[in-house]
Design a protein around this ligand. Structure first.
Ligand code: DGJ
Length: 741
């Protein structure tokens, strides 16, 4: 499995009971059976401490907020009393399970030793080592604490000391057992229909075992997204209640398990959903991907801010740099593109204020393999001569001349049977021996576990980028799950490694490309949000949330994504969707106000849009340019959720708290004007803020600030009494800027 994502190589030194970060500052919980006096090892973040202590039954932890109001959780790492190495007992789910010659085995793990390494200022790494009774395997639970961001990261390794081969049926990343008799509530997102993340699923965890798993292998479409929120005591809400947020650095099938063996314990396990046990040779070590998690005593919104900060600092590319405003050819043109059309659309995009033009699918393949439909072309990454007779040179010349950056689409993991690649290398295609091919979108999946395929994927993208040095952006798509889940390269004995090797191959190819082309931005796309995860984001600047760009849908979807991902990572395109004649029409202002929640861009053909739409787009883009540093580099405060309220709203504040943007929406039916007080948070209570409104296009310029609003107000007053707005229709919205003059 890929090594955990962050931090320098750990210089490992093991010793007993010596290093304490804050010895004495943690009061052992009276309820914590087994905790006697000082902990054996402790990690601290800005607002909480996590102390570990040996107990007869295993290793206890106490996670405690430094002020009395925050979370206080007692629990266990791999408790023995709960059953062999299980989160909640072997009956429930076994986060670490082996397959040996004599059947499946959940090893009975005994705590052995620990180590603490100070990796860099603000980052400490604890290793908690366990052994099974026969000393045949060594398991290490790794926990890294990011002090300033209040984030913890956990992963697991297993080493085979048995002297003979084993197989690992499961090796979860996050493995914790909480001692809690409180109600626990789960919130997760099912990407559900096609590439849509819909309303969150919320449920009380009352069953003995609740397990949610993805099965697509290489992505998460029609699957759970690899993150969840847990409400401890009450359902997770935006601004109230104690909650935990967790997110897995993995772009394929994931599984979250919640076991309640009795009323007093909750076992949590989150990791890769392996289709088969993973072979582990004698002496070999397997490492799970990392899972990051954080806590809040005041709802999900503060916990999200921890994750945003952490991702922007450690887990995505250029997290301190503003993203350009793009226009993408897909929704308007599909595959009907040519050099002439692209140059024309680029020119008109510049006039709107667009900074990057992205040419999507349809530019490659020749002759019978031309990519004029989804039946042909994938794998043949040569420019189509008919549509682009002079290659990309004229487009890149226009890009330079017009002062607009240019980007391009790829889907390197895939192949159409109608392609030169398929004819040349049928052995590079995944195929279950003895079975007919199964297709998704007329395409097949390459055997990405094969290093030759990885080299081909790298070369395909690299050759084009080297030959066309003006390209500034690559969108990496993935429109099929593992329809024929067998790697010919690995052969019959090693299929258990298939998923890990595939994902490793995908990550390593991206890693090489990113190293070779450090100034190119990458976008993680998989039929929409199938790669909106920490694994892909390590090499990416943005992710594409969904092909559904209807703003009423996007409002909830992007909201959900920003629970775990920073706003700057979520590409939000303004389009003409929905296009069906009977579908509701959305005001252009509303489309822009919704897209302002993240990295705003467009997916329109400016040759055919109406003058009114284009005029409103110019205003929307100019407005976004004024505030995008607040959205992308500031902090997000979400208020009521779009699935709980017809007036959802959020605000963003710069780190110095001198500027803020309030975005408020009206999604219900309205017969008459309705006042709404938008909540505001995160301001400097003492500072005076000037209140102004932005994004009022010529065809929709009625102020949403209530008439007579006081335009100079103190931060504490704004945070206590809110901002008075007025809405007058369904799909109404306001974008209000607060500035310390
Ligand atoms: C699916 C993506 O989500 C779309 O944005 C577009 O790139 C198409 N694939 C192209 O085939």
């Amino acid at each position: 499995m890929p090594a955990p994502r962050t931090g320098p190589t750990v210089k490992r030194y093991l010793h007993h009971l010596t290093i304490l970060l804050f010895l004495g500052s943690v009061a052992a919980s009276p309820a914590a059976e087994g905790v006697r006096g000082a902990p054996d090892l402790a990690l601290a973040t800005r607002t909480y401490t996590c102390a570990f202590s040996r107990a007869p039954d295993g290793l206890r932890f106490t996670l405690q907020s430094m002020d009395a109001t925050g979370p206080h959780i007692d629990g266990w790492i791999l408790p023995r009393h709960a059953g062999p190495a299980a989160a909640g007992g072997a009956r429930h789910h076994t986060p670490i399970a082996l397959q040996t010659g004599d059947g499946a085995l959940a090893p009975d793990l005994v705590f052995l030793e620990h180590a603490l390494v100070h990796e860099s200022p603000g980052i400490d790494h604890a290793t908690l080592a366990f052994r099974d009774a026969d000393r045949r395997i060594r398991v290490e639970v790794h926990i890294r604490a990011y002090r300033n961001e209040d984030v913890l990261e956990q992963w697991t390794t297993i080493r085979n000391d048995a002297g003979k081969a084993l197989a690992v049926a499961s090796l979860d990343s996050l493995i914790l057992t909480f001692d809690t008799d409180q109600e626990t509530h789960l919130e997760w997102y099912d990407s559900g229909v096609a590439n849509e993340v819909r309303a969150p699923t919320r449920e009380r965890l009352s069953q003995e075992l609740r397990q949610i798993s993805g099965k697509e292998g290489n992505r998460h479409v029609k699957s759970p997204m690899p993150y969840f929120s847990l409400g401890l005591g009450t359902p997770p809400a935006e601004t109230q209640g104690t909650c935990m947020l967790a997110s897995l650095a993995w772009s394929g099938s994931a599984r979250m398990s919640f076991a309640r063996p009795d009323a007093r314990r909750l076992g949590i396990a989150f990791g890769v959903n392996q289709p088969m046990p993973v072979p582990l040779d004698a002496g070999a070590t397997l490492t799970s991907p990392a899972c990051v998690f954080t806590f809040s005593a005041a709802g999900k919104s503060p916990a999200s801010r921890n994750l945003h900060q952490w991702m922007r600092r450690y887990a995505m590319r250029d997290g301190d740099r503003i993203r350009p405003i793009d226009n993408n050819s897909w929704e308007a043109c599909q595959m009907d593109i040519s050099a002439k059309a692209i140059i024309d659309m680029m020119r008109r995009s510049v006039d709107l204020g667009i900074e990057l033009y992205v040419m999507d699918d349809g530019w490659f393949g020749n002759g019978a393999c031309a990519r004029t439909s989804d039946r042909a072309g994938l794998g043949d990454w040569q420019i189509n001569h008919e549509r682009f007779p002079d290659g990309l040179a004229p487009i890149l010349a226009a890009s330079r001349e017009l002062g607009i950056a240019f980007g391009i689409w790829f889907e390197p993991e895939m192949v159409n049977p109608t392609s030169g690649l398929f004819k040349q290398h049928p052995e590079w295609v995944m195929r279950v021996p003895g079975s007919e091919f199964r297709f998704k979108r007329n395409q097949l999946v390459l055997d990405v576990a094969n290093p030759a395929v990885q080299e081909f994927m790298f070369r395909s993208v690299d050759d084009l980028l080297v030959a066309n040095p003006g390209i500034r952006f690559v969108k990496w798509d993935c429109n099929s799950w593992l329809t024929n889940p067998y790697s010919p390269f690995l052969g019959p004995d090693r299929q258990g490694e298939m998923l890990n090797r595939y994902l490793e191959g995908y990550y390593n190819t991206l890693k090489r490309l990113v190293a070779a082309h450090p100034s190119i931005d990458f976008q993680a796309c998989s039929a929409g949000g199938g790669r909106a995860d920490l694994g892909a984001m390590r090499y990416s600047h943005t992710f594409w949330p969904s092909d559904n760009t209807d703003p009423s849908y996007r409002l909830g979807a992007v909201w959900n994504y920003t629970t775990y991902m920073p706003a700057m990572a979520a590409t939000c395109h303004v389009t003409h969707a929905p296009r069906k004649a009977a579908a509701p029409r959305f005001p252009t202002k509303y489309r822009f106000d919704v897209a302002m929640m993240g990295q705003l861009g467009m997916e329109v053909d400016p040759r055919t849009s109406t003058p009114e739409y284009l005029a409103a787009s110019r205003v929307g883009i100019a407005a976004y340019k004024e505030v995008r540093d607040i959205v992308q580099l500031g902090e997000q405060y979400r208020h009521s959720h779009p699935f709980d309220s017809v007036t959802p709203s959020m605000n963003y504040v710069t780190i110095d708290r001198r500027r803020a943007l309030v975005l408020a929406y009206q999604t219900g039916d309205l017969q008459q004007d309705q006042p709404f007080t938008a909540p505001v948070a995160g301001l400097d209570p003492q500072a005076m803020y000037r209140v102004s409104e932005t994004n009022l296009p010529p065809d929709d310029d009625r102020p949403r600030l209530q008439p007579g609003t006081v335009l100079l107000r103190r931060g504490d007053d704004l945070m206590t009494r809110g901002l008075p707005l007025i809405f007058s229709r369904r799909s109404d919205s306001g974008a209000i800027v607060l500035t310390v003059p």
